[in-house]
Structures are given as C-alpha cells and as structure tokens.
Design a protein around this ligand. Structure first.
Ligand SMILES: [Zn+2]
Length: 299
C-alpha cells in the first residue's frame, strides 16, 4: 500500500512535468540557463538531516487536517561539480543526534530528531568539513541552517534580502519573530559570506542555479542542478512542503507573503515544464524516502 502510494507520487511528478512541457519559463530575461547549452554537475547526494513530528498539520495546510499530526523529513543535499563540493542546507544542529528529547525551532509546534550527523555522512564518502567549498542556504529557518557553524572556512551563499530580513524589526507574527531570533543565533557571523540577488548561475555555466522563490521567507530560494544522466533536478527549499500543497497552491500560515508564495510555486511549475525537471521536496517524507540516499547518488 505504501509502495503504491509512493509510486503514485512519483508518477504525478513526472506527469505534471510533461503535461506542462509546452509552457515556457521566461528564461530570456532572467539568469536561468538555456536548457540546450547548460553545463553539468557530476553527482548529487541526498543526506539524511533528520525528521520531525508536528502536532498540527494545518499550520502548513490552512483549513485542512486541523489538529492532525504529521511527520516531515529534513533533507540536505551535496553536489560535486568539478573540484567543488556544494552543500545545500545544513539541517538541525547535529549536537542533537540521538537525543530522545529532540530539538525544536518552535517547541509548541514541532520537534526534530536526528539519527545521523552531517560530518558522519560526509566521512562515509571520504570527505571532511574542509572539503566543502560552498554552503548554500535555501533560507534561514533553524532546520536549514543548524550546522552553518560547522563550516567556518566554506563560502556561505544566500539571498541578500534573506540576510537583511533576519536583522529587520519584528512583525506581528510571534512564531516568525521567534524564527528570526533563532536564525541570528545560528547564522553567527560567517567569515566568507556571499550574498546574491535573485536568480544566480553559481558557476556561470548552468550546472548549478540558485532560483529565487520568495514567499516562505522574503529571501527563500530553490536550487536547480543539471546532471548528465538525470537531467535537471530542482531542490525545493521550502517553496513547498508537501506535494499536495503544490498541487492545490496551499500556502502555510508561517509564510511571510502569500501572493509571493503562489507566484514562486507558479515559477517552479513553469521551470518543470521548460527543463523537464524533477522536483525533490525537502520536507515531503513520503517522497524523500523513495529517493537515493548517500552513499548512492544521482549523476
Ligand atoms: Zn522553512
């Protein structure tokens, strides 16, 4: 039964990518690559960066599943491109590994558990912290930046508006204010900080593209990777948390801008069409559990 459900999810993803293949993303006026000439990254690894239990799914699906608990995955990704190693997101702090109490960004709402460390998973394929040249952050929520401090010599890459936002005055949503305060603590003051503005081709050849997808937070981004055998893969960041949110354009109540969130989901949909891309959704546990896990990789 579970297997059938998972197969169905992948089929939906593939079907949706082809059903809108005719529509074209407006790549001409952006920094998104030309699919015909884009260069390649070599390997894409999925790292297990934890799993979380939330006590009210409706925070992510307003009006639906009120009071129902839900389990999310937390996923980090590692990309090999030439001699560079790029880590996409860092998960919850690895000091919480195997702690039965877990770790939380918003203790009344969600608790994360960690079975593996990033350092341990890197070691499994012969890498050390110092081998990671870039740490690219989808956004500044604690479950994505918990281990930034482990990489003092890596270049930390994020959207400029995201960085300014965590230092901006608090707004009216107390949950959002708490997340910003936690972000300031976890981010610290990176030695090498590279702030980008909007869509950014990281190596100038279309092999790895940061895709601006604001709405969840003001400077949220997704990542598109081009691989020889697997084609284009888009890593969601938190542009969407669950496949069903993507299908129905549902916007979580924690998001800072509902209209921008919907526009970003539309942008990703257009890109799936243009690039025949697969979308890997960070927190959708049913989908992520089906994907290859380090030491296996996509190429
Ligand atoms: Zn988030």
């Amino acid at each position: 039964m579970i297997k059938h459900t998972r197969t169905a999810i992948i089929s939906i993803l593939i079907a949706s990518s082809f059903s809108i293949a005719g529509t074209s993303a407006t790549i001409a006026d952006s920094k998104l690559p030309d699919p015909a000439t884009a260069g390649f990254s070599e390997k894409l690894y999925r790292l297990d960066c934890g799993h979380a239990l939330a006590n009210d799914e409706s925070v992510w699906t307003p009006g639906e599943n009120v009071g129902k608990s839900i389990e999310f995955s937390s996923t980090c990704w590692l990309i090999k491109r030439g001699s560079e190693w790029v880590l996409w997101d860092t998960g919850v702090p690895q000091a919480a590994v195997n702690d039965p109490k877990g770790w939380s960004t918003l203790p009344k709402l969600i608790v994360y558990h960690l079975d593996k460390t990033i350092t341990g998973q890197l070691a499994d394929i012969g890498l050390k912290i110092n081998d990671i040249t870039y740490v690219v952050l989808s956004h500044t929520h604690g479950d994505h930046i918990g281990n930034v401090g482990l990489f003092p010599d890596s270049k930390i890459v994020m959207q400029r508006v995201e960085h300014s936002w965590i230092y901006s005055p608090d707004g009216t949503n107390d949950n959002v204010n708490q997340l910003k305060a936690l972000a300031r603590t976890l981010m610290g003051k990176p030695k090498y900080l590279q702030l980008v503005d909007g869509d950014t081709d990281l190596f100038g050849d279309g092999s790895l593209t940061l895709v601006s997808t604001p709405g969840h937070t003001p400077g949220s981004q997704s990542l598109m990777i081009h691989l020889k055998n697997s084609g284009f893969i888009i890593l969601s960041g938190d542009v969407v948390h669950l496949e069903k949110n993507f299908e129905k354009n549902i916007v979580p109540s924690l998001n800072t801008d509902k209209a921008a969130s919907i526009a970003s989901m539309d942008k990703v949909r257009r890109m799936i069409g243009t690039y025949h891309a697969k979308l890997f959704i960070n927190h959708d546990k049913a989908q992520e559990d089906m994907l290859k896990l380090l030491p296996a990789f996509y190429d």
